[in-house]
Design a protein around this ligand. Structure first.
Ligand code: GLA
Length: 389
């Protein structure tokens, strides 16, 4: 899609064709990559995402027959129609659950029903938050159409509850915050406990650097077990440490009490060690960027995050490790898996003139191991959710 105008034209004409009337507006919300701060959000910790240039668009119009109707250009054979009165968590499932989940959150206000046409180019199942992009585009659209007094943080909660309660994926607020709050040329430094945030300038281009996103091609699903298991382990570790959230622990030595000889003690120690050390790594990266130091120096911190996610948190998979290893061997300054894990994407911080070499190295590693070539692209920090028309 070459620009916002084309995106509006495409969504508008598809909406009109599908629903027989023009939409009242078109909204867009981006996917994200998290520079650092993984599995910290549901522990009250720090995150540092940037928004992708890739967005999901939602064209909306109110109805008066009490029906929620959703259609998607990416799923052309399936228009879902549900009476508002019959909405209940888990139905519909699949892609339609995200927009319908947002409507469900706002059901007291969407009294006449709504038609929604979705279009977008955020790769799905790649750990780039296509689901949050979809939720946030719809949430913003409903806010504007219905004149709802919802601050950005309220919209984050609406979208996050759609994902947690309607779709059934027990995520934190990282993805929805990134999609709604990020701004171009900045990373969003967010304290997920008190919700304070700061836009940290991230100008890699001037330093001759690029942020390469590598989609490993292995898909993930956070409604499945692994993510929820990690979340419960973190909660258990917090209880044993006598804190509400692991965020409150800043001294790694304080975690030693977790290894108390009980069978799960060592696992809880490693899970907590990831979270506590990851929070410290976010602060280190933010400090470096705020000081205007050479962004290359954040590279080793990104790689340390990967090692911690791989060894202590155990959410990486061999293909993500392969992306990171191949990128580093070909000269990347740092690399890590991103998102919830168990598949999805990795990022690498690369000198612009080494981009081809790094991409080729990852591709040939995949080929050697018998996997299809990964999709990769360079991303620049882009704007968060907005109304296009
Ligand atoms: C997924 C979740 C987020 C966050 C990350 C891991 O993307 O949706 O809330 O927990 O995993 O950092």
């Amino acid at each position: 899609m070459s620009g916002d105008d084309d995106a509006v034209r495409q969504a508008t004409s598809a909406f009109t064709e599908r629903f027989g009337t023009a939409p009242e507006g078109v909204w867009a919300a981006p996917g994200r990559v998290n520079v650092i701060g993984e599995h910290t959000d549901y522990n009250g910790g720090f995150v540092l995402p940037v928004a992708l240039a890739h967005t999901t668009r939602a064209a909306l119009a109110r109805r008066d027959d009490g029906i929620v109707a959703v259609a998607s250009l990416q799923h052309p054979d399936e228009t879902v129609e549900v009476p508002l009165a019959e909405l209940r968590p888990g139905h519909p499932s699949g892609w339609a659950g995200y927009p319908v989940g947002v409507v469900h959150e706002l059901r007291d206000r969407v009294t006449g029903g709504v038609s929604i046409l979705v279009d977008g180019d955020v790769p799905s199942g790649a750990g780039l938050s296509s689901s949050a992009a979809l939720e946030c585009a719809v949430a913003l659209g409903l806010r504007d159409l219905l004149g709802l007094e919802l601050a950005p943080a309220d919209l984050v909660d609406v979208a996050r509850r759609a994902e947690n309660d309607f779709v059934g994926a027990p995520t934190g607020i990282l993805d929805q915050s990134a999609s709604l709050l990020c701004t171009a040329d900045h990373a969003l430094f967010l304290d997920t406990r008190d919700r304070s945030s700061e836009q940290v300038p991230l100008d890699l281009g001037t330093a001759g650097l690029a942020l390469l996103v590598i989609d490993s091609g292995t898909t993930h699903d956070h409604a499945e077990g692994g993510y929820g298991d990690r979340r419960r382990e973190c909660e258990q570790a917090a209880v044993r440490l006598g804190v509400d959230l692991l965020r409150e622990v800043t001294d790694l030595a304080a975690l030693d009490v977790l290894a108390d000889g009980r069978p799960e003690g060592d696992v809880l120690l490693r899970r907590a060690r990831h979270v506590v050390s990851e929070d410290a790594r976010v602060l280190e990266v933010v400090g470096t960027l705020r000081d205007g130091a050479d962004p290359r120096s954040i590279g080793p911190v990104l790689t340390a995050s990967h090692e911690s996610l791989r060894d202590d948190f155990e959410v990486s998979v061999p293909l993500l490790d392969a992306c990171v290893e191949a990128a580093l061997a070909a000269g990347a300054h740092g690399a890590r898996m991103i998102g919830g894990g168990f598949g999805g994407s990795a990022i690498a911080l690369v000198d612009v003139d080494a981009l081809d070499a790094v991409t080729a190295a990852v591709t040939s590693r995949f080929e050697r191991e018998g996997h299809p070539a990964p999709r990769s692209f360079v991303t620049v920090p882009s704007d968060g959710a907005r109304r296009l028309a």
